[in-house]
Design a protein around this ligand. Structure first.
Ligand SMILES: Nc1ncnc2c1ncn2[C@@H]1O[C@H](COP(=O)(O)OP(=O)(O)O)[C@@H](O)[C@H]1O
Ligand SMILES: [Mg+2]
Length: 250
């Protein structure tokens, strides 16, 4: 379970998270949508302390951290609950696909090289990349690199996976292979928070949609509630802007 209470973050004078409250149940898939600059990435980055929030309480899985009073041990415990998938993959360029996955298993999960490689090969197979285990990232397509990134996130068996626009750096023809992998994972018992601009995907895969603007959660609900039945003017305006131009009645 993820529970966030009154999460606040400023950059200098700019309020980026203006008191976020969030509840995500085990196994739930939550899509976060909203305009550029609304604080979506900062929210994910605060959940694993890639950014330090100014205020709030974050509980993920077994870890709880109150920003008003915490230790490095709390940060470490919180970080162990999640794994992140980045827009630009963030793979180690000097390591093979397999090594990208096994590294953290050997370092943080105390697995032997042999155990880690077994886990890594199984995960590569699950994302359709068993044959690329010994390839280096720069010899892989963007879609393949991102699938390695997803396998790496799954490897540490986190309580939740945080995905920040996992397909927005990809050439259009590579988007669907990555969305398919995420969809497969979503059918397992993995809790996921996905920031995405892929509205059709969000509708299909998410249990819950969160619409953010100006550092606030404006509205949340099931895909139907949000996409089909919202009466919120800001949500409506945002959704209108994301529709392909040919569908707009203008
Ligand atoms: N490290 C940073 N330093 C200063 N401002 C930042 C930093 N990261 C993000 N911002 C600002 O915070 C706001 C929210 O950014 P972000 O969370 O990346 O939004 P989103 O992911 O929704 O596009 C933006 O105005 C952005 O310019
Ligand atoms: Mg972002």
């Amino acid at each position: 379970m993820i529970q966030v209470k009154n999460l606040r973050k400023k950059f200098k004078n700019l309020v980026v998270l203006d008191g976020i409250d969030l509840d995500v149940n085990r196994g739930e898939v939550v899509a976060i949508i909203g305009p550029s600059g609304s604080g979506k990435s900062t929210l994910l980055r605060c959940l694993n302390f890639l950014e330090t929030p100014d205020e709030g309480i974050i509980s993920i899985g077994k870890a709880t951290l109150n920003v008003a009073n915490y230790t490095q041990r709390d940060v470490h415990a919180l970080r162990q609950q999640t794994a992140m998938v980045f827009q630009n993959y963030n793979l180690f360029k000097n390591k093979t696909a397999l090594q990208n996955i096994t590294e953290s298993l050997i370092l943080t999960k105390n697995m032997t090289k042999q155990q880690a490689e077994k886990v890594g090969r199984d995960l590569l197979e699950s994302v359709g990349l068993a044959h690329k285990a010994d390839s280096y990232p720069l010899t892989l397509s963007g879609g393949q690199q991102q699938r390695v990134g997803i396998a790496r996130a799954l490897a540490v068996d986190p309580h939740a996976i945080l995905l920040d626009e996992p397909t927005s750096a990809l050439d259009p023809e590579l988007v669907s292979e990555v969305l398919q992998v995420i969809k497969n994972i979503s059918q397992q018992d993995t809790t996921m928070l996905i920031v995405t601009h892929e509205m059709d995907f969000a509708r299909e895969v998410a249990d819950k949609i969160i619409f953010m603007a100006d550092g606030c959660i404006i509205e949340q609900g099931t895909p139907e509630e949000l996409f089909d039945f919202t009466s919120n003017p800001r949500t409506k305006k945002f959704l209108r802007q994301t529709e392909p131009a040919e569908l707009l009645n203008v």
